[in-house]
Design a protein around this ligand. Structure first.
Ligand SMILES: [Mg+2]
Length: 234
């Protein structure tokens, strides 16, 4: 864990009212879309990497990936379970700790809502506070389409979504990708979480960096010394 030297305008030390987590490669080790794409995994991974490195805008790869995969309802449910199996150590404990201290915990993900929402709910996060890209399946369970109007399926969408919330108080955001870093201007602290994926451009732009290994390593960056002192030793 380390702090970056330069102070970003608008950045502020704890306390925070709201803590927002990315999902893929942050709350869970997997990238859900890659897990959906067993057959086309290499091609999908290359597309995801280019978007998360900021080389291509997310919207260029988002629809392309799903057209290749066309996941069934059963496949979406399987990924929800895979997110949980691959959850970072301390995920549920960290969420519970933040909530006990009166923080609102939200998830903002470019993943698919039918996968992300059940996983987040199992971590103790209010399903109403999980924001991801909705997707529709037909009555027989076959893929129909994703919500092409979702801001989370395009570059800059996380920033637009956070700004659309109005004044919730001060927000801390935790994530690993370029789309997370883009949302930093709406936040008092953007923490690059690098336990799963360390992306140099994201680390360089972050207010703080957390290398893990678990999500509880974030607590000293999310809480004041006074808040930390109220916690039971782990
Ligand atoms: Mg991510």
């Amino acid at each position: 864990m380390e702090r970056n030297g330069s102070e970003r305008p608008g950045s502020a030390a704890p306390p925070y009212d709201v803590v927002v987590f990315d999902c893929d490669s942050t709350l869970s080790r997997i990238e859900g879309i890659e897990d959906l794409a067993r057959e086309q995994a290499e091609e999908i991974r290359a597309l995801t990497d280019r978007a998360m490195l900021g080389e291509v805008p997310l919207e260029e790869v988002y629809g392309r990936r799903l057209e290749l995969i066309r996941p069934s309802r059963a496949a979406l449910a399987r990924v929800a379970n895979r997110y949980e199996e691959e959850a970072l150590p301390g995920a549920a404990h960290t969420v519970a700790t933040l909530r006990e201290l009166g923080k609102e915990v939200r998830v903002v993900s470019g993943g698919l809502l039918p996968c992300v929402r059940p996983f987040a709910a199992r971590l103790g996060i209010d399903p109403e506070l999980v924001f991801a890209v909705d997707a529709a399946t037909a009555e027989d369970g076959s893929w129909q389409d994703f919500d092409r109007a979702s801001p989370l399926a395009r570059a800059g969408g996380k920033l637009d979504l956070l700004r659309s919330w109005g004044d919730l108080g001060s927000i801390a955001l935790v994530g690993d990708g370029a789309t997370d870093l883009e949302a930093a201007p709406a936040c008092a602290r953007f923490i690059a979480f690098t336990a799963v994926a360390a992306r140099p451009a994201v680390v360089a732009g972050a207010d703080a960096v957390c290398t893990g290994p678990g999500l509880d390593a974030l607590l000293p960056l999310l809480l004041t010394p006074e808040e930390l002192a109220t916690l039971e030793p782990a």
